[in-house]
Design a protein around this ligand. Structure first.
Ligand SMILES: Nc1ncnc2c1ncn2[C@@H]1O[C@H](COP(=O)(O)OP(=O)(O)OP(=O)(O)O)[C@@H](O)[C@H]1O
Length: 434
C-alpha cells in the first residue's frame, strides 16, 4: 500500500466520531472504526454499497447537487427498528485529482438502555480520579441538574453517561443534544419536534429530543454554545416540563433528567451578557469539575494499557510499547487530554514496525495557537500558552478573512475549508477566535 494512503487511513482513525466517505455515485468509499463499532458492520461489507436504503433524494445526493455542507438531526433510515437518531454533519471533500467526495460525521443521539447498552468504562485509580468519581456518584443520586465543567477531551460525555447509568433514569434513554449545531433554525424543531406540514420539508410529524428522552436523561453537550435568543425557550421548557411541537397546538410533557457540559466559564459568560443568568442558575445546581489529564498523571499507564488493549482487540493485533516511548508519553502535558492520548496511540500503532511502539512513533499534535508541543514540567496546574507561532497566525488570519467573507456563517466557512463544522469549532476555540 502506498505510504500516503496508509497515513490517510490512520487519519480516518483519529476521528473519534463515526466518519463515512461517500462517492458521487452515492456508494460508500470508506468508513472508520468508530463507524463500524457504532453500527456493528465491518467495512468490507460496506465499501461499494449504496449510502442509504432509499438513496433517491437523500441528504447525500443533495450535497452532491448543491455542494453545500449540512448539519442536522436524522433518523436511522437504514434500520428503522433501531429508533436511532443522530446528529450528522456532511461536507464536500476534494482529493488531489479534484474528485468530489462527501464526508459525514455522526453523533448517535439516543442510546437506548433497553438494548443493554452499558456506558463505556471510565479508567482511572488516582486519588484525583477517585474523588471525581465519588462526586459523579453523588450527582447521580440527586435529581438536580448537573453541570460538567472541563477542558476538551477530558471525558465529559463519558461522565454524563456515567451519571445517567447510575441514576434513577438508568432504564430510560440517554439522549445527546449537540448545542454546537442548534442554531436558530433547528432549535425548536429538533428539541420540541414538529407536526406534519409545519414548514417546507416537514413531510411527517417528528418527535423532538425532549420526547425521545422522556423518563431518561437529556445531555446538553457544549451548552455554552446555545444561542442567547434560544435560551428563554429552553428555560421555559425546563421550568414547566411542557412544550409545544412546531406547528402544533397541544402541550406535550416530558420528564427528563438534565445534564449539561461545557469547556467555557459560564459564570464569565453571564457577566458578559452572553448567557442568561436565570438559565445558568437553573442548570448549575450540581457543578462537577472534570479534572484534566495532567492533574491525574498517575492514571497514564492504566489508560495507555486500556487503549492498547482496545487497539489489539479491534485490529486483532498485539501492539506493545517500549519503555522509552512510555516515558515520552508520561512526560507530556496532554493539553487535548484523554482524546489526544487515544489518538496519539492510534497513530503510533499505525506507524510502528512489528507491533512495537517506539519513541519515534509518538507524535504530539501541533497545537496551532499554543506553540510547540507542551512538555510537562509541572505536576499539575494549567498549561501555559506559549506565544502564537507563525503558522497559527497564518491560519488565524485566513479564518478571520473567511469570517468576514461569510459574516461568521460557520457552515459556509467550514465548507470553504473542506472541514466539518465540529473541526472548525475546535479550531476557533484553539485560536481564540470564538
Ligand atoms: N476515564 C476514561 N477512561 C477511558 N476513556 C476515557 C476516559 N475519559 C474519556 N475517555 C475517552 O476519551 C475520549 C474523549 O472523551 P469525551 O468525548 O467524553 O470528552 P469531552 O470532554 O466530552 O470532549 P469535548 O469537550 O471535546 O466534547 C472518548 O473516546 C472517551 O471514551
Amino acid at each position: 500500500m502506498p505510504h500516503s494512503a496508509f497515513t490517510l487511513e490512520s487519519l480516518l482513525e483519529t476521528h473519534d466520531l463515526p466518519l463515512i466517505i461517500i462517492g458521487a455515485d452515492l456508494r460508500i468509499v470508506a468508513v472508520n472504526r468508530a463507524w463500524e463499532n457504532s453500527f456493528g458492520v465491518m467495512r468490507q461489507n460496506l465499501v461499494g454499497q449504496p449510502c442509504c436504503a432509499e438513496n433517491r433524494n437523500c441528504r447525500h445526493q443533495r450535497l452532491f447537487q448543491t455542494l453545500e455542507a449540512y448539519a442536522g438531526i436524522f433518523a436511522d433510515t437504514n434500520d428503522a427498528s433501531s429508533q436511532r437518531s443522530f446528529s450528522a454533519r456532511g461536507f464536500p471533500l476534494l482529493d488531489a485529482d479534484a474528485t468530489l467526495y462527501l464526508g459525514e460525521t455522526l453523533t448517535v443521539l439516543k442510546r437506548s438502555a433497553a438494548k443493554g447498552n452499558e456506558a463505556p468504562a471510565m479508567i482511572g485509580k488516582s486519588a484525583v480520579f477517585a474523588q471525581y468519581k465519588t462526586r459523579l456518584r453523588q450527582a447521580a443520586d440527586t435529581q438536580a441538574p448537573v453541570l460538567l465543567l472541563g477542558e476538551t477531551g477530558t471525558g465529559k460525555e463519558l461522565a454524563a453517561e456515567f451519571v445517567h447509568s447510575h441514576s434513577r433514569q438508568a432504564d430510560g434513554d440517554f439522549v445527546i443534544v449537540d448545542c454546537t449545531i442548534l442554531g436558530e433554525e433547528l432549535f425548536e424543531s429538533e428539541l420540541f419536534g414538529h407536526e406534519k406540514g409545519a414548514f417546507t420539508g416537514a413531510t411527517s410529524a417528528k418527535k423532538g429530543l425532549f420526547e425521545l428522552a422522556n423518563n431518561g436523561t437529556l445531555f446538553f453537550d457544549e451548552i455554552g454554545e446555545l444561542p442567547l435568543s434560544q435560551q428563554p425557550k429552553l428555560l421555559r421548557a425546563l421550568e414547566s416540563g411542557q412544550f409545544r411541537r412546531v406547528g402544533g397546538t397541544a402541550m406535550q410533557k416530558a420528564s427528563v433528567r438534565v445534564v449539561c457540559a461545557t469547556h467555557r466559564n459560564l459564570a464569565d459568560m453571564v457577566k458578559a451578557g452572553r448567557f442568561r443568568e436565570d438559565l445558568f442558575y437553573r442548570l448549575s445546581v450540581f457543578p462537577v469539575e472534570v479534572p484534566p489529564l495532567r492533574q491525574r498523571r498517575q492514571d497514564l499507564p492504566l489508560l495507555i494499557d486500556h487503549f492498547l488493549a482496545q487497539l489489539n482487540t479491534e485490529a486483532d493485533s498485539g501492539y506493545a510499547i517500549t519503555q522509552t516511548a512510555l516515558i515520552k508519553l508520561i512526560q507530556y502535558a496532554w493539553p487535548g487530554n484523554i482524546r489526544e492520548l487515544r489518538n496519539c496511540l492510534q497513530l503510533a500503532a499505525g506507524l510502528c514496525q512489528d507491533n512495537s511502539i517506539q519513541e519515534a512513533d509518538i507524535h504530539f499534535m501541533q497545537r496551532q495557537g499554543l506553540g510547540e508541543p507542551a512538555a510537562a514540567t509541572e505536576a499539575s496546574g494549567d498549561a501555559h500558552s506559549p506565544p502564537i507561532n507563525s503558522m497559527a497566525q497564518f491560519e488565524a488570519e485566513f479564518i478571520n478573512s473567511l469570517i468576514s467573507k461569510y459574516q461568521g456563517n460557520r457552515k459556509l466557512i467550514a465548507a470553504e475549508m473542506n472541514i466539518s463544522e465540529r473541526t472548525l469549532y475546535r479550531k476557533l476555540n484553539r485560536l481564540n477566535l470564538n
